[in-house]
Design a protein around this ligand. Structure first.
Ligand code: FAD
Length: 523
């Protein structure tokens, strides 16, 4: 049996929820949103500090990369949200648009900083400081200040100023060079995901159908046109939905290229080797994978004020009764964006401060009160790829395959060490906390980076947008060579932003909705 809609959207994540709302705003348009995961209800999703409690549960795709030769041969754990809201229901809630140079640097008509700025503003509903009115205030995504920041966070910001890192008026202006408390996607101290912002208000529309626990297996392509999708439910059944207008893939940086490949769109030789009949040769599918790599310094905290004490009965009560207290922390409470050399046009390293020890994705209970400053490689030169092994996905981020990336990481970690040595932070900064052992020389720092770096959870780029024929989607996000098929999610970013990836993904989806509406009017 098959049912027909105007638009079929695959994936209810950061991007898919935006599209479901915007496209179904016209009551004459029938929209289906199909999500592999289930509900986003529950305390672990709502409670900001609890995001690592979602790791390795049924709400996590729980991916693993292949062995990374430049990271001591380790296989890395990659969580991704598998529920309504997708990764926006399990992320650290940091709202960081990036730098104007990111979008101008994409160099794609329609996607310059000035072009995309209205879409950021359209999505934002800022509560709190808004100097220069950089934020929008009427959109669906609540962007707040942390309600109960840790006292150590103010000291980190003072430490940055001691080292000459200027305090920004607002983090999300055109330049993010400087330091700032982290703006968070929270409302009254609770997580505010794409599903909260976009899906919940549209859920009762009779022209929007949301299917959960339904994993799309492939896009149906007939005579060069996407006509629908085939999906399976958790019980092993299969069904088809048809799209009169378009199929839109918003299944994320791993899911979207995976689905294209399973549908016969990708590098033909690789598809054949995996037993998939090629429908359209598009070698760029799965290539251009980029991620932000993170390497941290972990120290004992000399005062018992950190998030190690977050899960007390008192804090739970404070959170449940008033949306306040340590459980409203997003862990990464403040940031600094810096350049490792004067030649850099914009920041290439981010330093994230956590008033707690965030070791092993927060899955390992800390051995006491700790502090973390993580150094993030914002502009990796390394590129990886996603490919098929039979029907399964293979993730190779190619971390640190470019030598320049290692040098930048070393400079970032040195700066993190300098911050801990400032007058502001010294009273809190104790000895190294296990597994950190206090590397000092360049060789030791490189060893630490290779042995312990982890993802900051920001993969992008595997369905690259561009004007060139080698790109996967064109500047209107249409898949090259297949009519009626678009990709709108983090995978279309040609180059990763010098910020975090949720905000740009929402922006991409907002713009995609306009592009789709404009095209439907002209049909
Ligand atoms: C632990 C963690 C922390 C993060 N912290 C931050 C942060 O603080 N700030 C920030 O900006 N970014 C953060 N990110 C990254 C950010 O959340 C993502 O970049 C963003 O959510 C990506 O949006 P998306 O729409 O591309 O994909 P997703 O939001 O991942 O959505 C994809 C959706 O598609 C579904 N799907 C996939 N395949 C199929 C299929 N075959 N059939 C049906 N459905 C399918 C998935 O289940 C999912 O719901 C974090 C991510 C993680 C995992």
């Amino acid at each position: 049996m098959s049912v027909e809609y105007d638009y079929v959207i695959v994936g209810a994540g950061s991007a898919g929820c935006v599209l479901a709302n915007r496209l179904s705003a016209d009551p004459g348009t029938r929209v289906a949103l199909i999500e592999a995961g289930g509900s986003d209800r529950g305390l672990e999703v709502r409670m900001p500090a609890g995001f690592s409690r979602l790791f390795k549960t049924e709400r996590d795709w729980d991916f693993t990369t292949v062995r990374q030769p430049e990271l001591s041969g380790r296989e890395l754990y990659w969580p991704r949200g598998r529920m309504l809201g997708g990764s926006s229901s399990m992320n650290a809630q940091m709202w960081v648009r990036g730098h104007r140079a990111d979008y101008d640097g994409w160099n794609i008509p329609g996607w310059s900083y000035e072009d995309v700025l209205p879409y950021f503003r359209r999505t934002e509903r800022r509560a709190g400081s808004n100097r220069g009115e950089v934020y929008g205030t009427k959109g669906p995504i609540h962007i707040s200040e942390l309600r109960s920041p840790n006292p150590a966070t103010a000291l980190f910001l003072r430490a940055c100023e001691e080292l000459g890192i200027a305090r920004l008026d607002e983090l999300n202006g055109p330049s993010n060079e400087g330091c700032s408390p982290t703006p968070v996607t929270q409302r009254r101290g609770r997580r505010w995901s794409s599903a909260d912002a976009y899906l919940a208000p549209a859920a009762k529309r009779p022209n929007l159908t949301v299917l959960t626990s339904s994993r799309v297996r492939r896009v149906l392509v007939e005579d060069g046109r996407a006509t629908g999708v085939e999906y399976g439910d958790d019980g092993g059944g299969a069904a088809v939905v048809r799209a009169r207008g378009e199929v839109i893939l918003s299944a994320g940086t791993i899911g979207s290229p995976h689905l294209l490949m399973l549908s016969g769109v990708g590098p033909a030789d690789e598809l054949l080797a995996a037993g998939v009949e090629p429908v359209h040769e598009l070698p760029g599918v799965g290539a251009n994978l980029q991620d932000h790599l993170a390497s941290g310094i972990f120290l004992h905290c000399l005062k018992p004020i950190t998030l190690a004490g977050a899960e007390s009965a008192g804090n739970l009560l404070r959170f449940l009764a008033g949306g306040r207290g340590m459980l409203t922390s997003n862990v990464g409470e403040a940031v600094a964006f810096i350049r490792t050399s004067e030649e850099e046009p914009a920041p290439d390293i981010e330093l994230i401060f956590a008033p707690g020890s965030f070791v092993g994705h927060g899955l390992t209970p800390p051995p006491g009160h700790g502090l973390t400053i993580a150094s993030i490689l914002l502009r990796p030169e390394s590129r990886g790829r996603i490919s098929l092994d039979g029907r399964d996905i293979v993730i190779d981020p190619g971390y640190l395959t470019a030598e320049a990336d290692v040098r930048r990481m070393v400079t970032g970690l040195r700066k993190a060490g300098e911050l801990f040595a400032t007058e502001a932070l010294r009273p809190l900064a104790g000895p190294p906390m296990d597994p950190y052992w206090g590397p000092r020389t360049d060789e030791e720092l490189v060893r630490w980076i290779r042995e312990r770096s982890e993802t900051l959870y920001h993969p992008v780029g595997t369905c690259r947008m561009g004007e060139d024929p080698g790109s996967v989607v064109d500047p209107a996000l249409r898949v090259r060579g297949i009519a009626g098929l678009r990709v709108a999610d983090a995978s279309v970013m040609p180059v990763i932003t010098r910020g975090h990836t949720h905000a740009p993904t929402v922006m991409i989806a907002e713009r995609a909705a306009d592009l789709i509406a404009a095209e439907s009017l002209s049909r």
